[in-house]
Design a protein around this ligand. Sequence first.
Ligand code: GN1
Ligand code: MG
Length: 369
Amino acid sequence: MELSVLIHNFDIPGQLVTVIPIGGGNINDTFLAIFRNAFSETQVILQRINDKVFPKPEVIMANMHLITRHAHQKLAKEIETSDRVWQLPKIIPTRDGKDFYRCEDDGSYWRVITKIASATAFPTTQGPEHAAECGAVLAHFHWLVSDIDPTLLANPLPGFHITPGYMELYDKTLGDKSAQARLTTSVEARRLAKMIDERRDFASTLARAIANGEIQNRVMHGDPKITNIMIDDYTGKGTAIIDLDTVGPGLVHYDFGDAIRSICNPAGEEEMNLNKVVFDMDLFEAFVRGYLHYGKAFLTEADREYLFDSVRLITFELGLRFFQDYLAGSVYFKTKSPTQNLNRARVQFRLCESIESRERMIRAALGKW
Ligand code: GN1
Ligand code: MG
């Protein structure tokens, strides 16, 4: 179905002007749709939910419904006392009042959400102030959802961020002939496989801490990377976190580690020159400062014990996920070339080494809290 036809299933005022592809997400397809009437314009975000990755799109929409309703009520109250307006996208329902539209032609799932206007999500970190604002946005989101009972949310992506599970999948993939061929013909692939083997025990660190009851699931965002954090164009302050697909029960550590591995690597995820990939301590200290402002209120001592491990682990885990997908023929993360996931893995593993070599400094910075 043409997008210009499909979008009319949603309740948006005005006449459609255009629908254009935007965004560089690795999973969903994202479009900007513009509607106009005689005196104003409405811009909304149309997304096709990737149901190969999210087996039950209705589950992610139910989670999104619950958390945005809760958050918007809290945000409306906060506006009276806050120095800034915090925002979160809102679901725009279909004409028959549903949170998503299922296309009968091909069974695809679509949703429309509001666009956070006059704000930018940068592809890479602009400097320490930007990093600090990213920290503030993530911690403010954690605060917003900290009073939601995580058991009310369904698991949007079974196995997400359970590192030992990704190790099992990787081991299984190694058994495939085509994966073995990709491994034996590439010196780089073999080097990464060795790095993974050297960290097998470490891969269970957070899973063990959960099993021992040291740390517990709360409500997490699940994908707080730099391109999902919006900075207000006029004030330079953080205003929103977007991409709520993976919101669900999980450790705040997953978010903390994931945001940091993305924000403290100024070269970004697609860098080809590994010499440019470093863990930037200035950006890290700034992020932590921003996070702490709101994070102090809800982080426990036990939570804090695992913050360094979370940074190292989520970086390692994403490297492992990219690498496993490369070996499996790039079936999960969208790619433009057959070796893109291999290179993405190289970047994360280099970053992981950089984090490991700065362990003392990172722990010291975390200890200042
Ligand atoms: C995927 O597609 P996107 O950009 O929202 C992935 C994240 C990774 C990220 C790395 C559901 O997110 O876990 O950190 O790529 N999302 C899922 O760029 O797997
Ligand atoms: Mg995402």
